[in-house]
Design a protein around this ligand. Structure first.
Ligand code: HMG
Ligand code: MG
Length: 306
């Protein structure tokens, strides 16, 4: 087995998690969540998205959240920017408030691309081209996310060739890293490996990460399969928050607490303090009025009581 000795986890809870919440979450709560995540040792946090507030009203306070964060050295703060308008909004305030990394997000499915960002895959690449160029000219790291790399809520199963095609297009326009997303959590280990292999045709191991939603409870198994390939970067969401507004029925990302528990047990270093992370998950879950969607957090919280 080719297991990495350390893993970088990006907590996408403030963005992927909270973009789908029916309960309005005030900016102050989002900021507190980011603070708790960084205090727990997360080295990258996906804070917000600069998308249309008509499409995703939950992210309308993006600038306020970015401005309210007490930044820690060594922590990378990323935001989603689907077009130049989004990038310009993210770069409008003083440089100290800029994101360190932006994410352009496309899909391996035409139907999902249309529903999520209102354009075809080819059009999305043309929208991303100036975003990537401008971000890189400003020394901002450019990550790409590819949705529906295994299955799509509208098109069903997606062939790995589609993933390779989009990864290649993203590479051509200067995207530096590809997140392979199982948006609706239908993947199983071999299928996810094939999607990752497709991205690895264009990017090296340091340039590929896994972003697994946990709808069918497969995300940890898929993570192990990715680790066996040497993939060492993953997105996860504290308390398993989230879903995508344009992927009906899909649940949140794999819980960050469950990922840390898995990796701790395999002696793979994440730099994350699991107890503090559980507290961060409890903080946001208390606000939302439900228990954390993490099996490990639930077990650890029960242990604290007993
Ligand atoms: P559009 O309608 O094609 O854009 O939307 P447009 O350029 O024609 O503009 C139409 C209106 O939107 C105009 O406003 C623009 O100002 C406004 P109006 O004149 O009607 O008042 N607009 C914007 N406003 C703020 N920020 C912007 C922006 N762009 C245009 N950046 C757009 C295209 C992409 C904006 C739209 O489709 C959108 O916002 N979609 C939301 C996509 C989204 O946030 N989805 C969830 C995140 S992706 C995800 O969760 C998947 C991921 O986790 C990986 C995985 O799991 O698969 C990453
Ligand atoms: Mg997602």
């Amino acid at each position: 087995m080719n297991l990495p000795s350390k893993v970088k986890l990006v907590d996408v809870g403030p963005r992927d998690g909270l973009q789908n919440e029916k309960t309005p979450v005030p900016a102050a709560v989002k900021i507190e969540l980011v603070h708790r995540l960084q205090d727990a040792g997360l080295s990258e946090i996906e804070v917000a998205s600069f998308v249309s507030p008509k499409w995703v009203p939950q992210m309308a306070d993006n600038a306020e959240v970015m401005a309210g964060i007490r930044r820690l050295p060594g922590v990378r703060y990323s935001v989603l920017t689907p077009n130049l308008q989004g990038l310009e909004a993210a770069l409008k305030p003083a440089r100290a408030l800029w994101p360190d990394e932006i994410v352009v997000f496309g899909a391996a499915s035409e139907a999902f691309s249309q529903r999520n960002i209102n354009c075809s895959i080819a059009e999305s690449i043309e929208r991303f081209r100036p975003v990537a160029a401008s971000a890189r000219a400003n020394n901002i790291y450019v990550r790409g996310a590819i949705s529906c790399t295994v299955g799509c809520p509208y098109e069903g199963e997606i062939a790995p060739e589609r993933v390779a095609m989009v990864a290649g297009l993203m590479k051509d326009i200067g995207v530096q890293h590809i997140g392979v997303a199982d948006t609706i959590g239908v993947g199983t280990p071999r299928k996810v490996q094939r999607a990752l292999e497709a991205a690895l045709r264009h990017y090296d191991l340091d340039g590929v990460s896994g972003h697994f939603h946990d709808t069918y409870g497969m995300a940890l198994a898929n993570t192990l399969a990715a680790l066996q390939m040497g993939v060492w970067q993953f997105d996860a969401s504290v308390a398993g928050l989230g879903g995508c507004p344009y992927a009906k029925g899909a649940t949140g990302n794999v819980a960050t607490e469950d990922m840390v528990y898995l990796l701790n047990g395999m002696d793979i270093d994440t730099g994350i303090d699991l107890d503090k992370l559980v507290d961060a998950g409890q903080f946001i879950s208390n606000f939302l009025g439900r228990p954390p969607g993490s099996r490990a957090a639930t077990a650890l919280l029960n242990k604290r009581i007993n």
